[in-house]
Design a binder for this molecule. Structure first.
Ligand SMILES: [Zn+2]
Length: 262
């Protein structure tokens, strides 16, 4: 779920990409030894020197297409931030997707059955919430819904507790979290990237000081990524896209005419 990010893949061809750039062309060099991103949007200064330890095990089931189709996926950065993280490619959770968990298993997914993670932490004694496993689904909203539906039996066998992040109800009542951390168009308000969702959840699940450090580090990386993306969108030229669209429309019209003749 960018996003729990069941974040949509309708993103722009932004600077978050790691795939397209070639290290041979000028200005397109890649930070091979570090974050793997194009050098001009390198995030190494913001990443922890080594992945941070957490008492929470984070398991992210991501759609097989999530990394290939979504250059703004925060999954590679998550792996650089957290040591106790498992990225599991697949369309459904398998019994083997998670190691036997000593603590509670939580599914962070905004289903109607989900309880507020803050309330869950408050109502669960500390020993009963030690060493939790946090499950997330990553794909577009549609993919995440399908992955959730296909995983219900395994989730039930794991005794997974459905939880969601609390809504930050401000004066207007419908905002959630910081809008400056949204890296792409979201389908509706209250959507955060997978990285932000994990950071917010770890703040609540980890012991207080450690939780604050983990959250701040991860949000720092995300802020830097969003700043690069915003910069890119500001300086992007609109012309080539308009041309591309016109070409597409022209081709569609030609096809329709051909179909009409057939
Ligand atoms: Zn780098």
């Amino acid at each position: 779920m960018d996003d729990f990010d069941p974040v949509p893949s309708d993103c722009d061809d932004g600077d978050g990409g790691v795939a397209a750039a070639s290290s041979s062309s000028p200005g397109r060099s890649i930070c091979h030894a570090g974050c793997g991103r194009p050098s001009r949007v390198c995030l190494c200064p913001y990443l922890p020197a080594s992945p941070l330890q957490t008492s929470t095990t984070i398991v992210i089931l991501h759609h097989p297409h999530a990394l290939r189709r979504n250059p703004l996926s925060t999954l590679p950065l998550l792996a650089r931030c957290l040591s106790n993280l498992r990225l599991v490619p697949g369309r459904r959770l398998l019994p083997s997707s998670t190691a036997p968990a000593p603590g509670p298993v939580l599914l962070l997914y905004p289903s109607p059955a989900a309880s507020d993670l803050v309330s869950w932490c408050r109502s669960t004694p500390r020993p009963a919430r030690a060493a939790p496993t946090l499950l997330l689904l990553d794909g577009t909203w549609r993919q995440a819904r399908e992955m959730h539906a296909a995983s219900l039996a395994v989730l039930a066998s794991l005794g997974a507790v459905p939880v969601a992040l609390p809504v930050d109800s401000r004066a207007d009542g419908d905002s959630m979290f910081e809008s400056d951390l949204v890296v792409r168009k979201e389908p509706r308000k209250g959507c955060v990237s997978t990285m932000e969702a994990v950071a917010r959840a770890l703040r609540l699940l980890e012991p207080e000081r450690e939780g604050a450090v983990v959250e701040e580090t991860m949000l720092g990386v995300l802020r830097a990524m969003v700043a690069f993306q915003t910069e890119h969108l500001l300086h992007r030229t609109v012309k080539p896209r308009a041309k591309m669209r016109k070409k597409k429309e022209l081709r569609r019209e030609q096809e329709m005419q051909r179909d009409a003749v057939d």
